[in-house]
Design a protein around this ligand. Sequence first.
Ligand code: NOJ
Length: 555
Amino acid sequence: MEQKWWHDSVVYQIYPRSFNDSNGDGIGDLVGIIEKLDYLKLLGIDVIWLSPVYDSPNDDNGYDIRDYEAIMHEFGTMNDFDQLLDQAHARGIKIVMDLVVNHSSDEHAWFAESRKSKDNPYRDYYIWRAANDDGTLPNNWGSIFSGPAWELDEATNEYYLHLFSKKQPDLNWENEQLRNEVYAMITRWLDRGIDGFRMDVINLISKTPGLPDADVAPGALYGDGGQHYVNGPRIHEYLKEMNDASFGNYDVLTVGEMPGATTEDAILYTDPARDEVNMVFTFEHMDLDSGPGGKWDVLPFDLQKLKDNFTKWQVALHDKGWNSLYWNNHDQPRVVSRFGNDTMYRVESAKMLATLLHLLKGTPYIYQGEEIGMTNVAFETIEEYEDIEIRNMWQERMAQGANPEALLQAVHKKGRDNARTPIQWNAKQHGGFTTGTPWLKVNPNYREINVERALEDPNSIFYYYKKLIQLRHEHDLVVYGQYALLETANDIYAYSRTYEGETWYVYCSFAEEETTVEVAHDTTDIIIGNYATAPTNTDQEVVLRPYEAVVYRTE
Ligand code: NOJ
């Protein structure tokens, strides 16, 4: 496979609203990001992915875009953006933007036109339908943010489709003119000098013609329309067309956020010969702790399922496509709370999880705060949560008679605001994020967990991430080596990577007591480990301490 710059890159995701506030309005901003570029340079990352910074009424914190070519007022100006780009490039850091084109804001100029009349030239940019003859909604699909996926618009007495909130009407990709406008917009950003795109729910843009009703799961209020829009009929055609018309002409990184994409789909999306996208974000490993009732029906963590899933992806995409690797983003709970132990073994388990992920094959993504082991938050009341997904879900379930305590616990475990509490820079008020009042409360553990402390401690999670990033930069084995699962006890995840005659063995313990693993290789050459001393070896056995990670190398 031809080597690419993004093969050995590590990406750092910034959620600008929660990153660093430079002007005291309680909301992070672009100048705040510029102030922290040296911090990111020290960490050693190659690329920043910026969650949306475009003009938006913020119904879904910027994932509802009003103007694709203007900067959100709270975040600064286009001049600040150009400064950020220049300053990042001056440090050798690339910038990837979010591309949100499954839907726009209902305040976008296209939608303002579209809703005016049935014969408006922009009408067909969105998906409009009349009610059925019996007065029911055009189909039975539910919105991903609760309620039906249809909203009545009085002006023309028709409904528009919104897979997400009412303020996020879906764009109609069947319309060629719309597609061309999107490609031209992408090209203008690339000409401005950005280095690629993370493409929001991009595998939802093609819907089954006729928008048929979907199956309704037992106990569900609406049909799961996903069967008619996830990896829809024209998706590969659209991505190829987009690639040809825009980013395919530039040496940039493209990553498609793709809920419901299997390994077979991912091979099609990322096979370099097909010219679609470079890599996809799968959701399979993020869904392992969801029960039949979905995201809020939380199951206990099951390491075996994780091993099976990662192994399936590592093996399937080897030499056929390209993986992305992530534990966290702005939609997911904090990994140290989810799959580790965020109290007794916070530091050990955060480093172990980092080892596991960063030595796999693929492009790793670090989400802001992960590099200091930030944890989930447990606000006491639902009013303290800001996220539209949480709020809508709460309203719907309370109306159905759900138990508030149990539901609040599910929010503590899975809510998106776990990832969105502001970055804890130091032990000062509001963790040094703002001199004003933060838009979302800071996690109360900021005095103990913060960047300043991490930078002072040579054994911190931060410096461990830095080492892992360096290993990827220095060893082709980490980038291109072949993966194999090693059979071990239940609480251990062990795998090897082999490249040009050299093999690395990665052992990660999820146990809270000592666990002995058999090894069939030399154990003297340790590449990295998360304890200060090497584990005890007894004749082809290694005793791993709680949440220990250790990597051996043999030639
Ligand atoms: C996926 C994004 O990551 C999420 O934050 C957003 O709410 C939805 N897409 C809708 O844009």
